[in-house]
Design a protein around this ligand. Sequence first.
Ligand code: GUN
Ligand code: ZN
Length: 430
Amino acid sequence: MTRRIAIRGDLLDFTGEPALADVAGGDARFRPDHWLLAEDGRIVGVQPEAPGEDWERHDHAGRLVLPGFVDTHVHSGQLDVIGAWGSALLDWLERHTFPAELRMADPAHAAMVSAMFLDALLATGTTAASVFPTVHPVSVDALFEAAEARGMRVIAGKVLMDRHAPEALRDDVVNAEAQSRELIERWHGRGRCAYAVTPRFAPTSTDAQLAMAGRLLASRPGLYMQTHVAENRDEVRWVHELWPDARSYLEVYARHGLLGERSILAHGIWLDEEDRAALHAAGAHVAHCPSSNLFLGSGLFDWAAAEAAGVAVSLGCDVGGGTGLSMLRTMADAYKVQAMAGRRITAWKCLHAATLGAARALRLEGEIGSFALGTLADVAVWDWAVGPVATRRHAVAHDLHDRLFAWMTMADERNLAATFVAGHCRYART
Ligand code: GUN
Ligand code: ZN
């Protein structure tokens, strides 16, 4: 029997990409007080009238209904280091992050953490993510098993590290390739899981391992590549010491065939014009992680330069460098990072980057990121305002962008009423 569900509320999604500062938001599609209809998890219609009795109705009249957020850069094994005091990137990795990641070797710990991690994403309105587990294959199995149990779109892969990391977090080229191939066989294209070849960042891989990663990436269609690039100035200096012949940090990845249209480069703060042109030519994109960049003091990402170069920008919370899993906080921080450079980006731009923009950058717009017919019903239902101050602010909002921007700035998990994944309610506020 066909499973029919209908969700009522103020529907907002995108049909195209808004410019950074275009408050008019021509590509936003706002359909207040409409019903979103899904059959067997897929969106089949949007209409103002209530559907018939044979539809399971979720009446959220007066609430904001958005596509589930897509977080393109986050670490499942780093919940234990959120808010670790006192470090910039390289010291933070040594002191806090590597010790936490060591614990993911234990299957019971990996299973517990993966379940908690995905439930926490759902409880903040995120329904799809590109995730770094750890170097341990069991951390990948645990994450994909938890994703499958929840029906979530998850992209992930075993982290590759064969140097400059503690012994117990290092692999080697032969074992890393064998483990990766096994995981690809098991998970890539199974349900909503996709595999990402995941060299942590250039300094923790030898050339031989990066070359292997490039071969892996080319070995099957649809594979992703995720890594970090040009996040921190000491890191960039280190890459220049390790590869004195490389024109840039990014070029180290390019020379090993790691830049393609499914490549996700986290951070990209210290890229130059030539790098941006290379990303554009490859169809690769940047996962901007403002909360992490502020917390670790990494720098201020130049979104306008990326946009001018035609490089797509999505958003990642980058926990544990980021201070929480919320894409709302990530969007609010993205605004503040641009404000530090004298630019003002719109709520449209932020919301687009967290939904359709990410979906397009991941080549998944046929599945996620909007309310387009035929896509899966990954949906989050939000209260516009919680508490007297936000309620007052919304009462005086002078237009939709003002209202939405105030929502983005002031809302948090308390505003989330329900999260649906492929038409199944996976989180409901109690
Ligand atoms: N660069 C290499 N590894 C990491 C990591 O775990 N987090 C962040 N933010 N940057 C990195
Ligand atoms: Zn990261």
